[in-house]
Design a protein around this ligand. Structure first.
Ligand code: SAM
Length: 256
């Protein structure tokens, strides 16, 4: 499964921003929303953030722009490289590294006030043992009373519906239109699905279709809460989109 995940993000790296209406605007908006949540949850003003699944930098750059000292890592070296370039283009400073979030203790130096993993990175792991390893590594990188913040897709909602696809979103770019949607192939037991990401862009000669594929496990909120408890986190709280303003449920948890 890991090779599949890595290949998905390495192949998609140049197109990743295209799944957002306006990625650059999204970066600043995510920084604002997450900053508000961190301020509301942190016991003391948070200064340092480790984004351990930073991708091309969506949250890392947004939080660096809000004044946090950010170290950003990801399993995909190509994504980290792009995040580094994007941070420079935003004029923000952050440091970067490559790491699987199950190996943070071995690969990342220092301790952080906040560790984040946003936009459904954890459900790429396929077993409780892997999730527990990730949660323990994230906890090890937090200073005492530090805050973990992770967002996942609302699988509690989709698990029973087993949707076959997402609705297409059509964006009007200056160069032409862009259509973005996903097709999901469910496993027989309903515990995982293969995602097919389609990005169709209108070009002068016609339409270009980009297709990327990977696997996700269905990670329910109670299951992630149980794993965080087992990893030793306390004060585990779920923040619904209506409350946080974010587009996915967010869990926060504290290192005791
Ligand atoms: C949906 S993307 C989100 C990226 C970024 N947080 C954002 O919102 O743009 C999920 C990210 O998780 C990373 N990822 C998946 N498995 C990982 C692992 N085991 N360790 C670290 N990063 C991982 C992927 O490489 C990818 O960049």
């Amino acid at each position: 499964m890991e090779d599949d995940v890595l290949q998905f993000y390495e192949e998609m790296v140049g197109d990743y921003h295209l799944i957002f209406a306006d990625w650059k605007q999204g970066v600043l908006w995510q920084g604002e929303v997450l900053d508000r949540l961190i301020r509301a949850q942190a016991e003391e003003p948070a200064v340092s953030v480790l984004d351990c699944s930073c991708g091309i930098g969506t949250q890392a750059i947004g939080l660096a722009a809000r004044g946090y000292r950010v170290h950003a890592t990801d399993i995909s070296a190509a994504s980290v490289e792009r995040a580094r370039r994007e941070a420079a283009s935003f004029g923000v400073s952050a440091t970067f590294g490559v790491s699987d979030f199950r190996e943070l203790t071995a690969r990342v130096e220092g301790m952080f006030d906040v560790v984040i993993s946003c936009d459904n990175a954890l459900p790429h792991l396929s077993s409780d043992d892997d999730l527990l390893a990730a949660a323990r590594n994230m906890k090890e990188k937090l200073r005492p009373h530090g805050l973990l913040l992770a967002s996942i897709r609302d699988y509690d909602q989709v698990a029973s519906e087993r949707p076959r696809s997402t609705l297409p979103r059509v964006f009007d770019d200056p160069e032409g239109r862009r259509i973005v949607f996903q097709v999901w192939n469910w496993s027989a037991d309903g515990k995982s699905y293969r995602l097919h990401q389609f990005i169709i862009t209108e070009e002068r000669q016609g339409w270009r279709t980009a297709h990327y594929t990977t696997c996700y496990s269905i990670l329910l909120r109670d299951d992630l809460s149980r794993i965080l408890t087992e990893a030793g986190f306390s004060e585990i709280r779920w923040h619904r989109p209506e409350e946080s303003g974010y587009y996915q449920p967010i869990v926060t948890a504290r290192k005791v």
